[in-house]
Ligand binder design. Sequence first.
Ligand SMILES: Nc1ncnc2c1ncn2[C@@H]1O[C@H](COP(=O)(O)OP(=O)(O)OP(=O)(O)O)[C@@H](O)[C@H]1O
Length: 239
Amino acid sequence: MPEAVLELEGLVAGYGDTTVLQGISLSVPKGQRLAVIGRNGVGKTTLLASIMGLTRQHGGKVRYRGHDLHGLAPHRRSALGLGLVPQTRDIFPSLSVEENLIAGMRGDASLDEAYALFPRLKERRRNGGGQLSGGEQQMLSIARTLMGRPELLMLDEPLEGLAPVICDMLMETFEALAADGRHTIVLVEQHTDLALSFAEQVLILDAGSIVHAGPAETLRLDPSILERHVGVGLAAPPP
Ligand SMILES: Nc1ncnc2c1ncn2[C@@H]1O[C@H](COP(=O)(O)OP(=O)(O)OP(=O)(O)O)[C@@H](O)[C@H]1O
């Protein structure tokens, strides 16, 4: 059994006095690709934000490589190896692409590496973050997070609002990151078909609780589980 990179035990967390996550337990082994799906507002973003230390933890435990993260600020969690690409694509609009990347750098991370992953960013390196298209901003947000050398990479709806050709390119990038042996990936995604084709394991959240957990294959073979918990089936395969 590979070592667990991330373990949650009865995590209760939310915003101020309000609890959103109602006791989440999970274990993510090193190198796994986990997808988290569920209807709008069920707590997917709150789950990633809580692992990163951006919400109030009311109870339970978050462990990264066996270390209890309770009370640790987000930047300390980044330094340990956690990385979040937020839904809001947090980039500095007034800094250039290159300056954004440099701001996120840690250890032996290099600009060449970011540009090899996303050649488009090299072409746009002198442009301001705010001048980029939605797809380029997402590339920059992902590349900036990778500059922090995360071992646990959490992606919050990275395809939202992007053209299909960009979605395909980003999914290929996630495949490559998952295959390089250095990343454990947690993907929150509304495109259920893409999430299931990427992931090995899937969690379905509803009202802040896990209502289904298991291999992606189970959901591909029995889409009624998705219909029950997410309200959508899978797209029919092409003829
Ligand atoms: N900053 C916040 N302060 C207070 N409540 C919040 C905050 N952010 C989210 N919530 C609430 O927490 C609940 C879960 O929201 P969350 O964004 O985690 O859901 P989600 O599953 O990611 O939804 P979506 O798919 O729409 O992004 C919702 O009821 C939402 O209104």
